[in-house]
Design a protein around this ligand. Sequence first.
Ligand code: OSB
Ligand code: MG
Length: 377
Amino acid sequence: MPSIRPAAPVTLDAVELRVLHMPLVSPFTTSFGTETVREVIIVTAETPDGRGWGEVVTQSEPSYSSEYTQGAWDVLTRFLAPALLGRRIVAPEEVTGALHRIVGHRMAKAGLELAVLDAALRAEGRSFGSYLGAEKSRVPSGVSVGIQSDPAALVDTVGGYLDEGYVRIKIKIKPGRDIDDTAAVRAAFGSIPLQVDANSAYTLQDADTLAELDRFELLLIEQPLQEDDLVDHATLAKRLTTPVCLDESIVSDKAAADALALGSAAILNIKAGRVGGYLEAVAIHDRALAAGVPVWCGGMLETGIGRAANAALAALPGFTLPGDISASARFYDRDIVTEPAVLDDGYVRVPTGPGVGVEIDTAALERFTVRRERITR
Ligand code: OSB
Ligand code: MG
């Protein structure tokens, strides 16, 4: 496993935090709710050599995760940013270690880490992809499709994404909207690469229903049970031929190690925010690659900043399944970067410019900002 060559430390003068409200092109519905506006925190790390950008992927409500935007804002402004600024000189690889005294709040820590990493790599003229160990220049693009009004509407929506060129479809399911929705997509489009995501909506009591999905030969079923149900996931996995993939449960490299040891998952969804940063994400990737476990890069409706960083992560060799790395236009009419991710023949390009490799569209950033605070030393 090639290990990461550390970035040069940066002098951290200030951290600016913003809450953005970005309208979605269409409502996004999962088993836990519907979003029409993406509420997200953008982090700027200010150094004498320039700025770096990060993104905190919390949502407005604590339903996918216990983290949520106002909670992240509180912990960032009162604890995390001051702790980091207190160090003055910060090596990107030491950011999460420096914040270890604060328990949890992984998405908040991940956003700070990315901003510092981006600042350090921009100063060196090194790309995030080359830093992480990317081995591809583009990554296959899958799309996550929310629950629609009925199976016919789902078929319409999925058809549109297939026409655009997405190479893998993931549909959200929940009790009562599982078998018929999946059957409709299979009937309409045959043996396309297809997977389902339950976002923790089931219990082990639903094993018979979930086993009915086996006949659709899905790539995987994502997070059928609760975040802390590692043992129940292992029990369920034995009942299904569909491979079980974990998302919410994989909150750290340690959790990944436990899940693999218990047989709770055959495939892992890796999201840098959920696990506390891109470096922890690489550790999980390395572990899975060594164990022969396939991984793919999940998404959290990222802006152009996180989307560029995700493309770089997904270019590592263990990411053998298409990720939820769609074009920016799948979620946004206007992104906050000057060159939003586009779909090209079913692929998204891995940026090669310094840092995450995208430039901020300042006018768009200002337009979507609803709250702002600059924290200095
Ligand atoms: O479970 O993967 C998930 C979005 C928000 C929260 C959780 C999830 C998702 C998605 C969207 O499925 C993935 C994307 O950004 O394209
Ligand atoms: Mg998921």
